[in-house]
Design a protein around this ligand. Structure first.
Ligand code: NAD
Length: 256
């Protein structure tokens, strides 16, 4: 379905971003990977799906590096058709204890990076009259939790940016939507499981059940594969008029 299209997925060396990149590659899209840590493993997994794959090491907290990545991808593959703004970090602390440097980093990586990537992607999408911008927000873009001020502010902001992007492109073939997952068992969440295990002297399994039980009525983690399938739907013809949605896949977390 996506043969001939190019997808750039930020923060795709791990977790949800890698899951979405694999789902888009399985539909034939060329992939531009980005993120830190092991690059060769993810690159091999994408190449095994039979599509072209490349990588850029932009730090998504740095606007000038985002610009360089967007120009690199456009030069390498002609145009970016699908932009998935996924890179994100978390920091957990009460507001009065929240390190200012962590606040700035969460806002830069989880929110401002999507603005910068979008502003570089839109002109070519408009010219082609086709594009998909998918912002990986969170159920924390819809509701709040204590001790996550920067993350909740950034994700609510990302849902707002999604709506504005959808309005500004509403009469074109470019759509913009947000995905709002509940708990997904990635390295970002495993750190929070580890913190619970340590704080309450629990096993890893007990800490996972406690984490799910506090917020997610289904008591199940959403998987990167399920989120990848939702991204594929947004890219399909059936998604042509899905615009400005903040689609939760959260085990009924936000229904409470
Ligand atoms: P993860 O830690 O597994 O992956 C994060 C990715 O972002 C990695 O590839 C990492 O290298 C990259 N990254 C981090 N800082 C970066 C930077 N400055 N520049 C470039 N890349 C950077 O986390 P994940 O759980 O897969 O999270 C992906 C997205 O999904 C995030 O935006 C997160 O907020 C969101 N999300 C996660 C959950 C969850 O439960 N895991 C739930 C809702 C939303």
């Amino acid at each position: 379905m996506l043969e001939g299209k190019t997808a750039l997925v930020t923060g795709s060396t791990s977790g949800i971003g890698l899951g979405i990149a694999k789902a888009l590659a399985a539909q034939g899209a060329r992939i531009v990977l980005n993120g830190f840590g092991d690059v060769e493993g993810p690159r091999r997994q994408i190449a095994a799906l039979g599509v072209d794959v490349t990588y850029h090491d932009a730090d998504m907290s740095r606007p000038e590096q985002i610009e360089a990545m967007m120009k690199f991808a456009a030069e390498r593959f002609g145009r970016i058709d699908i932009l998935v703004n996924n890179a994100g970090i978390q920091h957990v602390a009460r507001i009065e204890d929240f390190p200012v440097e962590r606040w700035d980093a969460v806002i830069a990586i989880n929110l401002s990076s999507a603005f910068h990537a979008t502003r570089w992607a839109l002109p070519a999408m408009r010219a082609a009259n086709w594009g998909r911008i998918i912002n990986v927000a969170s159920v924390h873009g819809l509701v709040a939790s204590a001790e996550k001020s920067a993350y909740v502010a950034a994700k609510h902001g990302l849902v707002g940016l999604t709506k504005v992007t959808a309005l500004e492109t509403a009469t074109t073939g470019v759509t913009c939507n947000a995905i709002c997952p509940g708990w997904v068992l990635t390295p970002l969440v495993q750190k929070q499981v580890d913190a619970k295990a340590q704080a309450h002297n629990l096993s890893n399994e007990q800490a996972k059940r406690l984490l799910l039980g506090e917020k997610e009525p289904s008591l199940q983690f959403t998987t990167p594969e399920e989120l990848g399938a939702l991204a594929v739907f947004f890219c399909s013809p059936a998604g042509n008029n899905v615009r400005g949605a903040a689609w939760n896949m959260d085990g009924a977390w936000a229904a409470q």
